[in-house]
Design a protein around this ligand. Structure first.
Ligand SMILES: *Cc1c(COP(=O)(O)O)cnc(C)c1O
Length: 379
């Protein structure tokens, strides 16, 4: 039996009736952009997150970019980002015209290390962008404390953690604003591109609403140089169906994670994900670490188990940021993680047989790799 890294067939099968119904409702409405479905989804997702406002936009990158723009962050400003995130977090800052300033993560949680923030703050710093990486909430309380002391905004990158909780509160509601992605593979995934800004700040919500629609509140009266970044009616209709299932599907991800954690504890040279007590993760990804990651990945593939690496190149070493001149060694924690992380199959539709197969495959392969001297994990 194969265990694919991601399964897009069974999620559709489970919700086929309601998704098809949403499609026909949309077609019959003959209204395609910024209508009733988007309005309803915005209200439902705001309620889900426990915030006052949600503004649907084109994708997650745009959600982050428009939130930064709406706070007036741009040329000459700096925004603190994790050194080990998906490049979209950095690109949002670059699009706004500001400078991403990387800060290393706590390697145990993969998330921004609050103790390293102060050293990165300069008179130009305007905001901190914590990322709830892999569905694990970042340690927001100390981050917010540093931000308040220095008068900085906190914009959460909630692309990977819809439904997660930190100290009992949902991610997407913890900072001043949050960028959410509904890219198909995310925990709340559309069937195409989609994103949203969530916030309790009415002025910010209002500015993002204007920016997403050509800078106009009233058609053909353009107050600012805005963008075309609107959430589709069709995607909103689909997202409304999937939002109703999100908590249940996240619970099923938790069960998969629990089976992995129990089945793989104590395996040779393996570092399993660590969950701090204040956090309730939603396991967007189940990321392990091993010094012989590439060999492990190849052998898993040979037994039909699909894995991916999130992410093989940290943004500071990518071609996209070559102009900044960072060298290997500039952010050693992010670099070491990039060399060692591996994401195992994860999702609400993995069967017991499939997770059992992953556990058995890992046990078997790690025992055979044990013959070689293990390289100790330093981070
Ligand atoms: C997916 C993702 C984004 C961007 O979302 P898109 O909808 O693909 O634009 C931003 N940040 C992180 C951490 C992501 O994983």
């Amino acid at each position: 039996m194969k265990v694919p890294f991601l399964d897009f067939v069974r999620p559709y099968e489970e919700l086929k009736e309601e998704l098809d119904e949403a499609y026909f409702r949309f077609m019959r409405s003959a209204w395609y952009v910024l209508g009733k479905e988007v309005e309803a989804f915005e209200e439902e997702y705001a309620n889900f997150c426990g915030v006052k406002h949600c503004v649907g936009v084109g994708n997650g990158l745009e959600a982050l970019h428009l939130a930064l723009r709406a706070y007036g962050i741009g040329q000459g400003d700096e925004v603190i980002v994790p050194s080990n995130t998906y490049i979209a977090s950095w690109l949002a800052v670059s699009y706004a015209g500001a400078q991403p300033v990387p800060v290393e993560p706590d390697p145990r949680t993969f998330n921004l290390d609050p103790h390293r923030l102060e050293a990165a703050i300069t008179p130009r710093t305007k905001a901190i962008m914590p990322v709830h990486l892999y569905g694990q909430p970042a340690d927001l309380d100390p981050i917010l404390q540093v931000a308040r002391q220095h008068g900085l905004k906190v914009i959460e990158d909630n692309a990977q953690a819809q439904g997660a909780r930190y100290q009992g509160r949902r991610t997407g509601s913890l900072g001043d604003a949050a960028g959410n992605s509904f890219y198909p593979g995310k925990n709340l995934g559309a069937f195409g591109e989609a994103g949203a800004v969530t916030t309790n700040d009415p002025e910010l919500a209002d500015r993002v609403r204007t920016l997403r629609n050509y800078g106009s509140k009233k058609k053909y009266y353009n107050e600012v140089k805005g963008y075309n970044s609107r959430l589709d009616e069709l995607q909103a209709a689909f997202l409304r169906v999937k939002l109703k299932k999100l908590d249940e599907w996240n619970m099923r991800r938790r069960e998969v994670a629990a089976r992995y954690l129990a089945g793989m504890s104590g395996l040779n040279g393996l570092t399993l994900p660590f969950v701090p007590t204040r956090a309730e993760p939603v396991w967007h990804l189940f990321v392990i670490r091993h010094s012989q990651r590439d060999a492990l990945q190849q052998r898993l593939a040979a037994t039909g188990i699909g894995t991916l690496i999130h992410y093989p190149v940290p943004p500071h070493l990518s071609g996209a940021y070559a102009d900044a001149g960072w060298k290997r060694g500039a952010f050693p924690v992010a670099e070491e993680l990039a060399d060692r992380v591996l994401s195992l199959p994860m999702g609400p539709h993995l069967s017991r047989e499939q997770t059992g197969q992953v556990v058995d495959g890992m046990r078997h392969i790690l025992e055979s790799l044990a013959g070689k001297p293990p390289v100790p994990l330093e981070v």
